[in-house]
Design a protein around this ligand. Structure first.
Ligand code: KG4
Ligand code: ZN
Length: 382
């Protein structure tokens, strides 16, 4: 089946087309189109995502991104006469008139693409941003008379690893590490999720972003901290005089805490007369070490307790080049028989391909467009 997926939970407007087949234990995916319009440059001057700007950008971006995706997948065909609204659509369009406004001339002058399902992220994330995608998905499903399925963004981050087309053997553990979440999820059977731990304060990606700001790096800080830390790693003592805490590393639960680590970085900076590039690099290095140590230690402890066969990493922090090798080394050292699976780099930060991958796992639950009355939910949980 061909799935069209839409993602607007934060600052990326993304549309993908994915062909999926196979059973739920070993789904197989072929990416037909992967389009992401990033708003990072727009939000950079504010040091973080501004929800009202994100909403406006998604509204401007979605139709062009959809057209680009259909073009990439070679599924775009122009029509000479405009598409008529299907009679079945009038019920939903009457109840939710703003959907009608989304159906622009541009959408009416292309053929209905040969897709089987439309999937859209309905949470968690920034609610004004999520609503743009949800309404866009409802409008398209109504116009094209396709089934529609809401998808949890965090399940998308888990499903990103499935796009490698390697079997993820169950039971599995997912380490979800993004700008908004730090969670450990136990997956006993396909595809049910039990959250066994989460951050009590800041998410790990948020800590990278806040420390990035303290070091004067552009938003989002994760990538820039990793790059800066590389220069310190060539020094004889990469972390210099800096030693930061590993919060909750020895706690018996699977929860995390990263706000104290960020505060430790802040106090270290305040004590310094000034920040040279070398000092910044040493701080970036030691901060990254501390964050990775906690993530790896907690994940290994959980993998041992739940005796899992796979460890899946997901979320923007999975783009960190050290996380996967560290987890693999630690799993080997602990004699764990679990395979560590990291998504391909393109599928770590927010994208719609992962939303299509997750949708395939639940496509039986899709509803006809006329019944699709679900909401966007900023706090949606797995
Ligand atoms: O999943 P994502 O794109 O958005 C959310 O759903 O939050 O994750 C974005 C997060 C940001 O906090 C960013 O700093 C972090 O992923 N990130 C990284 C790296 N690249 C991106 N964190 C650590 N190391 C990286 N190399
Ligand atoms: Zn995300």
């Amino acid at each position: 089946m061909i799935i069209l997926a839409i993602e607007t939970s934060c600052d990326e407007s993304a549309v993908s087309l994915v062909e999926a087949h196979g059973d739920l234990a070993g789904p197989q995916y072929k990416v037909l189109a992967h389009q992401v319009a990033s708003q990072i440059k727009l939000h950079q001057e504010f040091g973080g995502v501004v929800p009202s700007l994100a909403k406006r950008e998604h509204q401007l971006n979605l139709v062009p991104v959809l057209i680009k995706a259909l073009t990439e997948a070679e599924l775009l065909t122009a029509r000479s006469s405009p598409l008529a609204l299907p009679p079945e659509a009038t019920g939903l369009l009457h109840r939710e008139p703003e959907l009608l406004q989304i159906i622009t001339d541009q959408l009416l002058t292309i053929e209905i693409p040969p897709i089987d399902l439309i999937a859209v992220t309905n949470g968690p994330g920034l609610e004004p941003a999520l609503w743009v995608g949800v309404n866009f998905g409802k409008a398209l499903a109504t116009l094209w008379q396709k089934p529609l399925l809401p998808v949890n963004h965090m399940e998308g981050h888990i499903a990103a690893a499935l796009l490698r087309n390697e079997a993820v053997e169950l039971p599995a553990l997912a380490l979800l590490v993004s700008g908004g979440h730090t969670e450990l999820i136990h997956i006993k059977e396909a595809w049910h999720y039990e959250k066994i731990g989460q951050t009590k304060d800041d998410a790990v990606g948020e800590a990278f972003d806040k420390v990035g700001r303290l070091l004067g790096l552009p938003y989002p800080g994760g990538y820039h901290i990793t790059e800066l830390a590389k220069t310190a790693s060539e020094l004889p003592e990469p972390s210099g005089d800096f030693k930061f805490p590993r919060p909750m590393i020895h706690s018996t639960d699977f929860d995390f805490s990263f706000s104290g680590l960020k505060t430790a970085v802040l106090y270290s900076i305040k004590k310094l007369p000034g920040l040279t590039l070398e000092l910044k690099a040493q701080i970036a290095y030691e901060f990254q070490e501390a964050a990775l140590d906690v993530l790896v230690a907690k994940t290994i402890k959980a993998a041992e307790k739940y005796d899992v066969r796979s460890i899946v990493i997901g979320g923007g922090v999975a783009a960190n080049p050290h996380l996967e090798p560290r987890l693999k080394a630690a799993a080997a050292k602990a004699n764990l028989a679990a395979t560590v699976i990291n998504p391909h780099l393109n599928f770590t930060t927010d994208n719609a391909t992962m939303i299509a991958a997750a949708a395939y796992l639940h496509h039986h639950n899709a509803t006809p467009a006329s019944d699709a009355l679900f909401n966007a939910d900023g706090n949606l949980s797995l």
